[in-house]
Each structure stands twice: as structure tokens, then as C-alpha cells.
Design a protein. Structure first.
Length: 367
């Protein structure tokens, strides 16, 4: 049985930034098609009937919604583990306290540079960097568990050591490094900003090295081939007598079985497998449409028409994604497909087929 461990919910499209890589079209206005408060509560009830998932309230900028804290508090009341993904610029000391009081357990803030000029040019609004740092510190001051998200591109790749230093200085609990997926605004920058497959391989090995020595959890995201790199490196480390983390990726849909040594078995830190789209995660749009993930614009269902349980259980899209025998190209042949599976969203962006091979992987299968 497949269980939704992590659900991302775009509660609004409204946002005060203009990020050049955003999966959504930037707008300062909330949409009249946004789910109402009552509809949001119903969706939470439906999710809670299926699983005690981690529910990430995202956007746009989720703090644009006036009822955000009511939604978060209701999710907490129903037993969901509530999280918030924000750009941080709207998080005053008062807002930080309200986030905590609503029962939100983890907040992620995006930092795409180790300095203001890099981050602000990516976010397209001057002052975004200072606002994100201020918001981070306000949340940290009330005792919130914090996560930094960084999308790695040619724009900031050479600053990665400086971003690491900043993350350590801020005292973040986790740093998630995203590989760019060309969708939405990201389509317009993909040719210029996507790292090559060879550079991604170098980056993924760097992430593995850092994950062993840093005090925070470091995780590659939208980078399923990290799990292949990690497996290869663990075997190499053990063969050469070096200390290595336990290799214990969870089964798809059941991810709380631990991860690297610095992450323990806490659900926020769990390492699972590569692409979880439709198997352990899904995405809900601001108007209730359900996709396998936020970067794969394939409609699996509509919560204004069907229940979450019915969509999760019966979607033909999810059914296809749950059978790795459907993968084509070298992903279908790869001996690591059970822990990797390739990024289904990047495959779709490159070919129009979400079951095609991952286009940014250098590995050639042995069979």
C-alpha cells in the first residue's frame, strides 16, 4: 500500500517576489479560484483520513492568505505534521510567533546565494536576501525548526561553499539543495542555468561528502540520482575502510526509516529513495488540482470533484508511476532504478513523456 508521506499544497499563487525559476506564473494577486477556507478544511479532513502526512503549505507566498494560520491550526488539530515554505520576507517577530502557535513544526526559507546580489537577482526583487535572513532569524528566535532551500544553477554554483557557510552561521537544522526542474518560469532559463549532467555528478558527490561531516542535515532534492551516487560512495567507503552512513533507504511510500547518521530517524530528515512523485508525495494546486509533484504538470485528479483518498488510490497517473517496469530508456534498464527512478518531471520537460529516462544523468546501466 502506498502512503502519502509528504504533500505540498500551493495555498495561493499570490507572491511578493518574481523568482526567475518559479514553477508558477508570478502575480501579486490571490486568485478567485483559490480553495476557500471551508474547502481547505475539507481537504485536510480527507488527507487525515488517509495518512498522518507532512503537509507543506506553500505558494506563491503562503503568507498572502489571511486564513493561513487557521488552515495550519486545523491541520495540526487533525493530526497532520504541518510545515511552511516561505520566502521569509513577510516574517516579522509577530508572524513568527503566530507560525509557532498554529502548530507548524518546520519552516523552509529559500536562499539562492551566499550574498545579497546573487539571491536578489534570482528573486528579482532588491532586499529579498535581507528580508529572508531577517525572517529566518525571527523564526529561529521562537524556537522553530528551520530549513534552507537552495536551487543550484550556473548562477550560484560557484557560491555553494559560501551558501554552506551562511547556513552554518544561521544555525539551520537542514539544507536542501534542489536541482533545477525546467517548468513554469524555469523553462525560460533552463538553457542558460541548468548545470550539465557532468557538473551535477560532481555536485552530488560534494553533497555526499558534506552530509557526513556537517552538523545539519544536508539533502539533495529533485535529484533522484543522488541515491545512486550515495549507494556507490557508501560501497566505496566501506571497501576502502572509511566510515560510511548506513545504507537504509525506505521503501517508496514508507519513508520514515532513517537516513544519514546526522539525520537520525526523525521524519523531517529521513532519506528515502529518489523520485517519490505519486508514490510517497503529491502536490495540490491553489484550486484543488492534484499532480504527482509540483514540477510535473500532469493532472491526477481534482479535489473539487473527487476525494483525496479516491485520487491517491485510483489515479491512473499514480498507478503508472508506481510500476517501475513502465520506465523507458536507460532508467528502465538501470540496476539502481529501485532507489533512483530518475526525475519524472525533468523527463517530461525534455521529452513530453514522464516515463522517459532522466536527461541529466551521466550513469550508463550495466545491463
Amino acid at each position: 500500500m502506498y502512503v502519502p508521506h509528504l504533500i505540498f499544497w500551493e495555498v495561493t499563487k499570490g507572491c511578493n517576489l518574481r523568482c526567475i525559476h518559479c514553477r508558477a506564473t508570478p502575480t501579486e494577486l490571490a486568485s478567485p479560484a483559490d480553495l476557500s477556507t471551508e474547502e481547505a478544511f475539507r481537504v485536510i479532513d480527507e488527507i487525515a483520513s488517509v495518512s498522518q502526512s507532512i503537509l507543506v503549505l506553500s505558494g506563491g507566498e503562503p503568507l498572502f492568505r489571511r486564513d493561513l494560520f487557521d488552515i495550519a491550526a486545523y491541520g495540526t488539530q487533525r493530526g497532520l505534521r504541518m510545515a511552511l515554505a516561505t520566502n521569509g520576507t513577510l516574517v516579522t517577530q509577530e508572524v513568527a510567533q503566530r507560525v509557532l502557535d498554529a502548530g507548524i513544526q518546520r519552516v523552509s526559507i529559500s536562499l539562492d546565494g551566499g550574498q545579497a546580489s546573487t539571491h536578489d537577482s534570482f528573486r528579482a526583487i532588491p532586499g529579498a536576501f535581507d528580508g529572508a535572513i531577517r525572517g529566518f532569524r525571527n523564526l529561529k528566535a521562537v524556537g522553530m525548526s528551520m530549513q534552507i532551500n537552495t536551487t543550484i544553477t550556473n548562477h550560484n554554483y560557484k557560491e555553494i561553499d559560501n551558501i554552506l557557510k551562511l547556513a552554518l552561521e544561521l544555525g539551520t537544522d537542514a539544507w536542501h539543495l534542489f536541482l533545477l526542474v525546467p517548468v513554469g518560469c524555469g523553462l525560460g532559463i533552463a538553457d542558460e542555468q541548468m548545470l550539465s549532467a557532468q557538473t551535477y555528478e560532481v555536485l552530488l558527490n560534494w553533497i555526499y561528502d558534506q552530509s557526513k561531516v556537517q552538523p545539519m542535515n544536508i539533502k539533495a532534492t529533485c535529484a533522484p540520482h543522488y541515491f545512486r551516487v550515495r549507494a556507490q560512495r557508501i560501497l566505496q567507503d566501506r571497501k576502502e575502510g572509511r566510515e560510511a552512513p548506513a545504507f537504509n533507504p525506505a521503501r517508496h511510500g514508507h519513508p520514515n526509516t532513517g537516513g544519514d547518521g546526522n539525520g537520525g530517524a526523525h521524519p523531517w530528515f529521513s532519506l528515502t529513495k529518489g523520485c517519490l512523485a505519486g508514490t510517497g508525495i503529491c502536490f495540490i494546486s491553489h484550486k484543488g488540482e492534484v499532480n504527482p509533484c509540483g514540477y510535473l504538470p500532469i493532472l491526477a485528479g481534482d479535489l473539487r470533484r473527487d476525494s483525496f483518498a479516491d485520487i491517491w488510490r485510483d489515479s491512473s497517473i499514480f498507478e503508472q508511476l508506481r510500476d517501475m517496469n513502465n520506465l523507458t530508456g536507460k532508467c528502465g534498464l538501470c540496476e539502481f532504478k529501485h532507489i533512483c527512478e530518475g526525475c519524472r518531471a525533468r523527463a517530461f520537460a525534455a521529452t513530453g513523456d514522464y516515463l522517459a529516462e532522466e536527461p541529466f544523468c551521466v550513469y550508463e546501466p550495466r545491463r
